[in-house]
Design a protein around this ligand. Structure first.
Ligand SMILES: Nc1nc2c(ncn2[C@@H]2O[C@H](COP(=O)(O)OP(=O)(O)O)[C@@H](O)[C@H]2O)c(=O)[nH]1
Ligand SMILES: [Mg+2]
Length: 461
């Protein structure tokens, strides 16, 4: 039986035990999500380049990258046949909102809703780039006390959140000490769902690492390699990949008009072009020798950044590229997005079922904690499945069930469904007859400490 089928069986067994409509609705939600694409959240500080990278991955300019109020709301971008935006307020039923598709983003009108009132926005949009994964744009993490930051992390960390992300891209521009401290706080066993199993680090805005020099991406690769080798970082993310999201977004959405603008700069003689491209101020200042309006030059900077303009001009001047599609392809290649896609493929997409099952079982644990179920009060009819909350609740607080398929370890006590998941994954990986004990769960969550009487200690919240 596949891990997906086993998880479905476990959820079905739980549904037999939980009779309250709200609990059953939560379980049905968990069941449904197993059939949906993986949910990948893009997290990091304000201006880390989250929305830009999301657009690059989607291959479309969907998420706004300015300071509009919608950037303060967690926003899901999901593939769909039709275009629709739904707001889910905290204290009111979900409702559809008006939106406008502009050249730069899907602009949502929050109407009378303040960003703080909205738990999440769901943008359904027909997009090939969203078929593999639903992408979740999060508000910037500024500080632990900030409300919007808290909401972003609730998505990943909250125990009672029925629809969390399955995997996370954590963007860092420069690895400041407080970034590491921040991640560590959320890495704590009691509150976090983020761990190396489902988190990849991105050294974002990588073109800025070398102060805009043409070899910037090489320097960024060195920095990212050093970060990846750091044991503190490795405890939180699997690896760190350098990406210039802006180059990738522009490569994915380049227009003929933009190629013509780059070509105009490339026609300047080299000393004049180099002088103009020395700083942003010079490039947008008076330049009678360049047949481009200041607005057009500002547009180029918005779309490429100074590094990107220098790179694109150099590519055109040296005839490395001669058409807009060639320039687009080269920008994508130089941006590092292909390397990120390769990492996503091997670490997330190919393991999507495992990651989705992990999320479902963590949510199931949350349900069992917040709502022990009728079995705990002795009123349930006994299910024939492997779900036995009565025993769990009455004795040690564990989840007794058979050992994972293929194991000869026989019946044993699994402290939580996620421990079962861990054992299931390990037994697949090593094909070993002895599943790991819950204390070695690769999901990174240790079993709760037990009191001397053997009852489960309450979890720190
Ligand atoms: N040079 C450069 N600028 C970038 C890159 N990614 C984003 N930016 C710019 O940084 C600003 C913030 O980007 P945004 O994606 O909105 O960041 P967010 O707040 O993390 O969502 C925007 O002006 C982007 O154009 C990048 O890879 N390189
Ligand atoms: Mg943003």
């Amino acid at each position: 039986m596949s891990i997906l089928q086993e998880t479905r069986t476990l959820l079905a067994a739980a549904t037999e035990e939980y009779r309250a409509p709200a609990d059953r609705e939560r379980l049905a939600l968990l069941e449904r999500r197993l059939a949906e694409p993986l949910r990948l959240a893009v997290a990091g500080r304000v201006k880390a380049g989250k929305s830009t990278l999301l657009n690059a991955l989607a291959g479309d300019r969907l998420a706004p990258t300015d300071a509009g109020e919608c950037t303060r709301v967690v926003t899901w971008y999901a593939d769909s046949h039709t275009s629709r935006v739904t707001a889910e307020p905290y204290d009111a039923p979900p409702r559809q909102l008006r939106f406008e598709r502009t050249e730069t983003a899907v602009r949502v009108d929050l109407a009378d809703l303040a960003p703080e009132q909205v738990a999440r926005l769901v943008v359904e949009w027909p997009s090939r780039g969203l078929r593999t994964a639903t992408l979740i744009d999060t508000p910037g993490i500024g500080s632990l006390t900030e409300n919007t930051a808290r909401r972003a992390w609730d998505l990943i960390a909250a125990e009672d959140e029925p629809t969390p992300a399955d995997a996370v891209l954590y963007l860092v521009r420069h690895l400041h000490l407080d970034d590491v401290d921040f991640l560590r706080a959320f890495h704590d066993d009691a509150v976090s769902r983020v761990n190396p199993v489902n988190a990849i680090g991105v050294l974002s805005r990588a073109d800025e690492v070398g102060a805009g020099r043409l070899d910037a991406m090489g320097s960024a690769r060195d920095v990212a390699a050093r970060m990846s080798a750091d044991p503190t970082v490795r405890r939180m993310v699997q690896t760190v990949v350098p990406v210039a999201g802006l180059l990738a977004e522009t490569g994915a959405t380049l227009t003929e008009a933009e190629f013509a603008m780059v070509s105009a700069v490339a026609r300047l003689d080299v000393p004049t072009a180099e002088r103009l491209l020395l700083t942003v101020d010079r490039f947008v200042g008076p330049a009678p020798e360049l047949d481009l309006s200041p607005e057009a030059r500002r547009h180029l900077l918005d779309r490429f950044g100074l590094f990107g303009v220098r790179l694109a001009v150099s590519l055109v001047r040296h005839r490395v590229v001669g058409t807009s599609s060639q320039l687009a392809a080269t920008l994508l290649e130089r941006s590092g997005i292909d390397d990120l896609r390769a990492v996503l493929e091997s670490m997330f997409w190919q393991r999507a079922d495992v990651l989705k099952c992990r999320s479902a079982l963590l949510a199931l644990e949350g349900l069992a904690r917040s709502s022990p179920g009728p079995a705990a009060t002795g009123s349930s009819r006994r299910s024939s499945g492997s779900w036995r909350p009565r025993t769990r609740s009455a004795s040690c607080g564990c989840w007794p069930r058979s050992a994972p398929a293929g194991s000869t370890a026989g019946r044993r006590c699994w402290s939580r469904p996620s421990a079962w998941w861990a054992a299931r994954v390990c037994s697949r990986r090593s094909a070993s007859d002895s599943p790991p004990t819950p204390t070695t769960a690769p999901c990174g969550r240790r079993p709760r400490p037990r009191s001397p009487a053997g009852s489960a200690a309450p979890r720190a919240r």
